[in-house]
Write a protein that binds this ligand. Structure first.
Ligand code: BGC
Length: 760
């Protein structure tokens, strides 16, 4: 790495301004005079979309492995696997000459309607953060930078270029930013990509709090912030807001505006220098990795197949799966069996090195069984009864029916949201018709986000969620259907019963340019649990061909200090007849908190592989943050004294063991009492109680006397006076006694507050 400071000193203002905007759609601006190379970036996230012509934004890309998309990856709950995939992506980037891969995406799945959910991991920030961090670590270990995106609050595609997300501070911190925070602190991505949308009225590309105060200063992000493609509106404002690199280029007028702003004294050159410094660091870091070594296409295809299988979730199985060998005739129904739907539309679209055709893969593993094929549904929205009739005839004539159902590509893509959560009318009718004539009917789904199933699920015997499974997914489906791979995927997002049940339903998609995140902290399972709304399949759920028993749950300490955290252990036994993998999930439930908290939250997990009869002890650490929540009053994460349940389970709705522990807080927090604090606030605050307690006794006594000794007041005015009193501010009580006070009520309260401050 050359001496960056000396390069900056030699750069002209023009060169600095030029460096902060791309040279072309996929390259930064080189400075040959000073030997500064160009950096090549490519989409991302689940493959390398490196254009054959880097000067064109929409050029056909070089062949690269199309790995499964993020919704599939997340269901593996396997951080090691994601690290491996990151390493493979780095090899491909290096082969193709790419220095930074534009991914992973780690926006939370606020609504299943978001067209881009297939590119995101989860509705849970802990899970998303862990997975993103691992992928980044793997990628960057190969000398290729990640670009964690889209920072932040890009939780819908509807009006993504302009809409303002209105999100309260706790939901920001605990839900939408927490996954980014983990990925930034742990994964240390070289770059972070800002989102198109606004947050609280300010474009993310100009958002100083988001990009500087939080990301760079509080979280210690040392890389560069790049704009999403075309997210910059005002280049000078964006530099001041912490956006280092604008993409795509060229944008000569904007470069000129930056030069002008420095010359006019509107933009401090130190701000420009800081952006230049961050860009140069990454440009040179990327240049350190040798390029051009070809990658092993077959090996990566095999890896993509393994990952795809690990991400598949067995949602229903009455015993029909795994399929027996020598089945006689298998009716393979559905276009997706021959034209697989394995990735989504938009910037992440990969030109695959090869594609496994599900039908052919099935054939390879089906032994002597005869495979029959019917299209089942057309490529478009048309309703074709003839296709259904043909499929039914085939199914009647077979021992089992496999329905390959892919949500049509046009329904789910970058750039727009879904209109509903349903399969097409044709697909629903097809599934019901086939399921009704064939007692061994299996549905295999390809989609990027939750779909509703209420209309058809009772007509079929098994459902395998195969997601947008990447180029090798066709083989992975066959592996799972025939039991070569025992499914172990667990849902990283809840499958609701119906759209109106979903958390953001009343606040989506927003109006007048704003979308209010009115459900606050309560997205995904946090919402369904709080509202006691039944779901089709809960977060963390997924079936297997074996069964697992949980026993001997223990904690390292039943009473612990917040700073020490603790570890949870549990024995997991494979109680079935085949080897399998279980994802052990640890949720934390706070018995009592000053502010509202979700009933339980995921704070740890581990995936364990077990042979039949085998038992392994799984140990999961829980740190301060596992117990903490963000308190806007204190402006920090706090973990309060008291009891917590540690819930160990096979899904969010299937808790197998519970341990109760007591946390002792070591935090010294200032009092939040102020002039508007209620009597309850004063009496519940340890220091407030000491200071205000004696006065409270007097007030209560005075009140009792005024009520003729009847404190519940029911005879006089029919209310419980004491309860009412507790919700009054001290100030408002003192107003009633103003005449008898030695000083104005405000001064009396301020005096009390001073006494509290002295106790701290
Ligand atoms: C997408 C990004 C992508 C970029 C470059 C944008 O439209 O939102 O995710 O990396 O284009 O293709």
């Amino acid at each position: 790495m050359p001496d960056i400071e000396s390069i900056i000193q030699q750069m002209t203002l023009e060169e600095k301004a030029a460096l902060c905007t791309g040279e072309g759609p996929w390259t930064t601006t080189p400075i040959p005079r000073l030997g500064v190379p160009r950096l090549v970036v490519s989409d991302g996230p689940h493959g390398v979309r490196h254009p054959m012509d880097v000067n064109q934004i929409g050029s056909l890309s070089h062949p690269a492995t199309c790995f499964p998309t993020a919704s599939s990856l997340a269901c593996t709950w396997d951080v090691d696997l994601l690290r491996e995939m990151g390493e493979a992506l780095a090899e491909e980037c290096n082969a193709l000459g790419v220095g930074v891969l534009l991914g992973p995406g780690n926006n939370m799945k606020r609504t299943p309607l978001c067209g881009r959910n297939f590119e995101y991991f989860s509705e849970d920030p802990y899970l998303g953060g862990e997975l993103a961090a691992s992928l980044i670590e793997g990628l960057q270990s190969g000398g290729v930078g990640a670009s964690l995106k889209h920072f932040a609050f890009n939780n819908q595609e509807y009006q993504r270029f302009s809409i303002s997300a209105e999100v309260d501070e706790r939901a920001r911190r605990e839900i939408y930013l927490a996954g980014f925070e983990k990925a930034v602190k742990q994964g240390k991505p070289w770059t972070v990509m800002c989102a198109y949308n606004k947050l609280g009225g300010t474009y993310c590309s100009e958002h100083h709090w988001l990009l500087v105060d939080l990301l760079k200063e509080e979280w210690g992000f040392e890389g560069l912030v790049v704009s999403d493609w075309g997210a910059v509106h005002d280049r000078v404002a964006s530099l001041q807001g912490g956006l280092d690199l604008e993409m795509p280029g060229p944008r000569p007028k904007r470069v000129q505006a930056v030069i002008q702003a420095v010359q006019d004294g509107v933009l401090d050159e130190a701000v420009l220098d800081e952006a230049v410094r961050r860009i140069l660091k990454i440009v040179y870091k990327a240049a350190e990795t040798p390029k051009g070594e070809p990658f092993d296409q077959e090996a990566h295809h095999a890896m993509a197949r393994k990952i795809a299988a690990e991400g598949m979730v067995l949602l229903k199985n009455d015993g029909v799966l795994p399929l027996r060998k020598g089945l006689g005739r298998i009716a393979v129904i559905g276009r997706a069996a021959k034209s697989p739907h394995y990735q989504g539309g938009g910037s992440s679209h990969i030109n695959p090195t090869m594609v496994a055709i599900p039908f052919d893969e099935l054939q390879q593993q089906a032994g002597d069984a005869e495979l029959l094929y019917a299209e089942g549904y057309p490529a478009d929205d048309a309703f074709r009864q003839d296709l259904i009739d043909e499929a039914v005839r085939l199914a009647q004539d077979a021992q089992v029916a496999l329905l390959y159902i892919a949500l049509p590509a046009y329904k789910e893509s970058e750039g727009y949201d879904r209109a509903d959560l349903d399969l097409t009318a044709q697909q629903i009718a097809l599934i019901k018709a086939v399921g009704d004539v064939q007692p061994n009917t299996v549905v295999i789904l390809n989609n990027g986000s939750a779909v509703t199933m209420g209309e058809w699920i009772n007509h079929v015997n098994a459902v395998l969620e195969a997601w947008m499974m990447g180029q090798a997914g066709g083989g992975a489906i066959a592996d799972v259907l025939f039991g070569k791979v025992n499914p172990s995927g667990k849902l990283a997002e809840t499958f609701p019963v119906k759209l109106p049940d979903t958390p953001a339903y009343l606040n989506y998609p927003g109006e007048n340019g704003k979308v209010l995140y009115g459900e606050g902290l309560f997205i995904g399972y946090r919402y369904y649990e709080a509202k006691q709304i039944p779901v089709q399949f809960p977060f963390g759920y997924g079936g297997s061909y074996t069964t697992f028993a949980y026993s001997n749950a223990t904690v390292s300490a039943t009473s612990f200090r917040d700073t020490d955290g603790l570890t949870v252990s549990v024995d997991v036994t494979n109680t079935g007849a085949v080897a399998g993998k279980e994802v052990v999930q640890v949720y934390v439930h706070d018995h009592k908190s000053a502010l509202v908290r979700p009933h339980k939250e995921l704070k740890g997990f581990a995936k364990v592989e077990l042979q039949p009869g085998e038992t392994k002890t799984v140990t999961i650490p829980l740190d301060f943050r596992a117990f903490a929540y963000y308190h806007p009053g204190y402006g920090q994460w706090i973990a309060e004294d008291g009891e917590f349940d540690i819930l160990i389970g096979a899904s969010s709705a299937d808790i197998r063991c519970t341990q109760t522990v007591t946390l002792q807080s070591t935090q010294v927090l200032p009092s939040l009492l102020n002039r508007e604090s209620t009597i309850r606030d004063w009496m519940e605050d340890p220091r407030g109680k000491v200071v205000f307690g004696p006065m409270f006794q007097q007030i209560a006594a005075g009140m009792k006397q005024a009520m003729g000794g009847d404190m519940d007041g029911s005879e006089m005015i029919g209310i419980d006076m004491m309860t009412m009193l507790m919700d009054m501010t001290v100030l408002s009580i003192l107003y009633f006694q103003e005449g008898a006070l030695p000083a104005p009520p405000e001064q009396v309260v301020d005096g009390l507050l001073q006494q509290v401050a002295q106790l701290q």
